[in-house]
Design a binder for this molecule. Structure first.
Ligand SMILES: Nc1nc2c(c(=O)[nH]1)N[C@H]1C(S)=C(S)[C@@H](COP(=O)(O)OP(=O)(O)OC[C@H]3O[C@@H](n4cnc5c(=O)[nH]c(N)nc54)[C@H](O)[C@@H]3O)O[C@H]1N2
Ligand SMILES: Nc1nc2c(c(=O)[nH]1)N[C@H]1C(S)=C(S)[C@@H](COP(=O)(O)OP(=O)(O)OC[C@H]3O[C@@H](n4cnc5c(=O)[nH]c(N)nc54)[C@H](O)[C@@H]3O)O[C@H]1N2
Ligand code: SF4
Ligand SMILES: [Mo]
Length: 727
């Protein structure tokens, strides 16, 4: 179906973020000595989200296909190979049958000793819909385990929880991204979209040019600078105070009579309790907590209100990113943002709305098809009897055989190898050693397992700890679908032959299912798996039943829900009613609370974490691309010159950043774009400069998301730094 011949262009999408920029891949085998191995060219392709543009990660993505240390054969610790094998602890190449036999035997042993929950599964939001679905089915049907969760817990879960609370259903952007361009105002709460989705900035040019872009971030990021350049606002708040800031904005809107009373009456419930609860958040009090001047706060609230349709504006959007969400109060912070949006009458209206800027390539679809601890395909809930009955019928199993909801990601990882906890873990699509807070404890738990099996394309830091490493195919080497931040389903297409030896995650799961007495339960043909996913999701909130490869390949633009083959899909949700039982959106009264690990005498500075343009997540992929490494070779600590002067730190000095959990060591980068009470470290690296050695794993009580964005630290210069700690 896909042409792999030299010179043929294949239309697909970028492997990285949720914008899923459209690309064309062209393989030139002529200079490469035959397939696989030829040069692959990536070009931007016109598409509504990226309009032909790509960021630096996108153009250079083909390098990951040709990474010199690409995994091409299963690897097993010598000591597991038994008599006659190399007894040592090193990873040695073995054939696929041997590797899968070993894994299956380990699973059988663990289950005999500890029952089905002795085996755990960890997935990723970068996996295709087909893989995410297969992983959830494999866990529930083949393993019968409740112990499955995924890295979306660190990413999307707080916004998802707040979205469900307010709207009854959560879709990152319940409108096409391009809609944002017509608005008069856009509030970005904790998003640095200029670096995390650069081509998306074009959609913000309209509101920014009208002076309507407002960015809340403790740093003057490229995004904040873009807002200010257009006459918009940057509110550099104290880290972890977005909830108070949003309550303050709502206070001004309520007390200056700027609410959309007709909308509140017609389309919402719960406003009175929220109105009463924000009464205490007058702007001067908010200034004391957030550091944002009361006058600036009033100005921001008035700009947003003036853009709202009720006041004759062209529309306003409130959008949250991880800066607002990755906190132990992230769900409540997003609820406060949604309350503000509801008070202004924005959600469920063409040209206005609330949305969460999802993160990973399939951050949206990854949370809809059952790799989350409490979910079944179609965004159904595992504790809902009707949902269990529907999905069990599609799977041909007894509903009673489906396990209950299991542990959330951080709790699951901390339970590994503990009494009663899982003793075997299968990882697909996450590099937890780098990306999970308090990483030293995670490494400790992984080491305590009887069997750690990591399927990856490269020897990630997590794969290097595994007992069995399985080499899998990646984006350009296989077919599948991804769901973008807008809920748009797009086709990933095979454009390049995989290296001999690599197999799809689907084949890995199918091979294990065969060996565990469930032959045929996991399909290996992506389009057939997608059709099955459609049936399993049918009737659920995220209904894909009407989507097919044929429709996508014919060029249809399909957004879920799309319940039937004749249904056009749903680019804009909630226009008539919300997904709640009464069709109304729910205001939720919430209150501010401090950072979980807050400043004190021996930790007087905030550490905040996030991203740089050139690197992606744990860096497993982008640290293997020469151009990206040359641009940003390693971690660094952004420090304000005033803080640096007080601490006797000069630009380039090696500094140590220490919390109660651990420390990191990296060079100082002096900049006045960060608050003087705060340092910033990007989290893309392992080793001595790893941000997650230091970060806090206190969880949001509702979403179970860890507070990776902020914690209290001390920052000191490392005297006589040794060169090896420098990247
Ligand atoms: N280049 C690049 N792009 C990516 C990714 C990547 O790794 N690299 N990953 C993708 C994924 S999975 C995701 S989730 C998205 C994330 O996209 P974003 O949410 O835009 O990314 P972050 O840099 O994590 O966080 C955004 C901002 O939050 C700020 N921040 C920190 N603490 C606080 C706080 O308490 N309040 C507020 N208001 N802001 C705070 C940081 O200074 C940072 O500028 O990016 C996607 N795109
Ligand atoms: N301090 C701090 N920590 C954070 C964050 C933060 O802002 N600050 N952000 C959090 C967020 S939002 C996220 S999303 C997480 C992400 O953190 P991780 O889950 O670690 O994300 P990735 O680095 O994308 O890991 C994906 C892995 O899957 C591999 N891979 C790629 N394609 C495939 C495939 O098709 N199959 C398989 N089996 N493997 C594949 C890649 O090589 C890589 O090793 O980090 C979180 N951690
Ligand atoms: S913005 Fe995201 S999807 Fe687009 S090219 Fe960059 S990494 Fe890829
Ligand atoms: Mo993410």
């Amino acid at each position: 179906m896909t042409a792999l011949a030299t010179g043929t262009a294949v239309a697909t999408h970028c492997p990285y973020c949720a914008l899923q920029c459209a690309t064309t891949l062209t393989v030139d085998e002529t200079g490469g000595g035959g397939a696989p191995g030829g040069a692959v060219r990536v070009d931007g392709r016109d598409f509504p989200t990226n309009r032909g543009g790509l960021c630096q990660k996108g153009w250079t993505a083909a390098a990951v296909l040709r990474a010199p240390d690409r995994l091409t054969t299963p690897l097993v610790r010598g000591r597991l190979l038994g008599a006659g094998g190399p007894a040592g602890d090193e990873l040695v190449p073995v054939g696929w049958d041997r590797a899968l036999d070993l894994v299956a035997a380990g699973i059988v042993r663990a289950r005999a000793a500890g029952g089905p929950d002795a085996v755990a599964v960890f997935g990723g939001g970068g996996l295709t819909n087909e893989k995410a679905y297969a992983l959830g089915k494999f866990a529930r049907v083949v393993l019968g385990t409740a112990q499955i969760d995924y890295n979306g817990r660190f990413c999307m879960s707080s916004a998802a929880a707040a979205g469900i609370r307010a709207f009854g259903v959560d879709r990152g952007l319940p409108f096409p991204l391009a809609d944002v361009g017509s608005a008069d105002a856009v509030l970005l709460v904790g998003s640095n979209i200029a670096e995390t989705m650069p081509p998306a900035l074009a959609h913000l040019a309209g509101p920014a040019g009208r002076g309507g872009l407002i960015v809340i971030d403790p740093r003057r990021t490229a995004t904040a600078a873009f807002a200010e350049d257009g006459g918009g606002l940057h509110l550099p708040n104290v880290p972890g105070t977005d909830l108070a800031l949003l309550l303050g904005l709502l206070h001004v809107v309520v007390h200056e009579g700027l609410v959309d009373a007709g909308y509140i009456a017609d389309r919402t419930t719960g406003y009175d309790a929220v109105r009463r609860s924000v009464a205490a958040w007058w702007p001067e009090r908010v200034e004391g907590v957030t550091g944002v001047p009361a006058g600036t706060l009033r100005g921001a609230a008035r700009r947003l209100a003036a853009a709202a349709p009720a006041r004759g504006g062209r529309g306003a959007y409130l959008l949250t990113g991880r800066g607002a969400e990755q906190h132990a109060k992230g769900t409540d912070t997003v609820s406060a943002c949604i309350d503000l949006a509801l008070a202004l009458g924005l959600p469920g209206r063409v040209g206005s709305g609330y949305g969460c800027l999802t993160g990973q390539g399939n951050g949206q679809g990854g949370r809809e098809h059952g790799q989350k601890a409490d979910q079944l395909p179609g965004y159904r809930k595992l504790d809902d009897p009707a949902a269990r009955a529907h999905v069990a019928a599609v799977w041909g199993v007894d509903p009673a055989s489906l396990p209950a909801p299991g542990r959330s990601a951080v709790e699951l990882l901390h339970a590994l190898g503990t009494p009663g906890g899982p003793t075997v873990l299968l990882v697909h699509g996450s590099n937890v050693v780098v990306s999970v807070p308090r990483s030293a404890a995670i490494v400790d738990r992984l080491r305590s397992l009887e069997l750690l099996v990591v399927s990856d394309v490269v020897p990630s830091e997590t794969a290097l700890l595994a007992d069995v490493v399985l080499p899998v195919t990646q984006w350009a080497e296989e077919d599948g679908t991804m769901t973008t931040l807008e809920g748009r389903i797009v086709r990933r297409r095979e454009a390049v032959r995989p290296p001999p030896g690599a197999r799809s995650d689907l084949a890995v799961l199918a091979g294990l299912a065969d060996r565990l007495g469930h032959p045929g339960v996991i399909g290996t043909e992506p389009s057939a798996v997608f059709d099955e996913l459609g049936r399993a999701s049918s009737g659920g909130p995220a209904d894909y039943a009407g989507v097919s490869y044929a429709r996508l390949d014919a060029g249809e633009e399909l957004f879920w829900p799309c319940p039937e083959a004749a249904h056009p899909g749903t680019p804009r949700m909630f226009l008539d009613r919300f997904g709640t039982p009464d069709g109304r959106a729910r205001f939720v009264a919430v209150d501010h609370r401090p950072v979980a690990d807050d400043l004190r005498a021996d930790a007087p500075t905030y550490l905040i974490t996030g991203r740089v343009l050139q690197h992606y997540q744990s860096g497993a992929q982008t640290r293997r691309v020469a151009e990206l490494v040359a641009a940003v070779p390693g971690p660094y600590v952004e420090i304000h010159p005033d803080l640096a002067a007080r601490s006797d730190i000069a630009d380039g000095d090696t500094v140590r950043v220490t919390s109660v959990r651990g420390s990191l060591v990296a060079p100082a980068r002096l900049t006045d774009t960060v608050r003087p009470d705060t340092v910033f470290v990007p989290f893309h690296w392992a080793g001595p400069g790893g941000a997650n050695e230091v970060t806090n794993d206190t969880l949001d009580p509702i979403s179970r998301m860890p507070e990776v964005k902020v914690c209290a630290v001390s920052v000191t210069r490392v005297a006589g730094a040794t060169p090896e700690v420098l990247p």
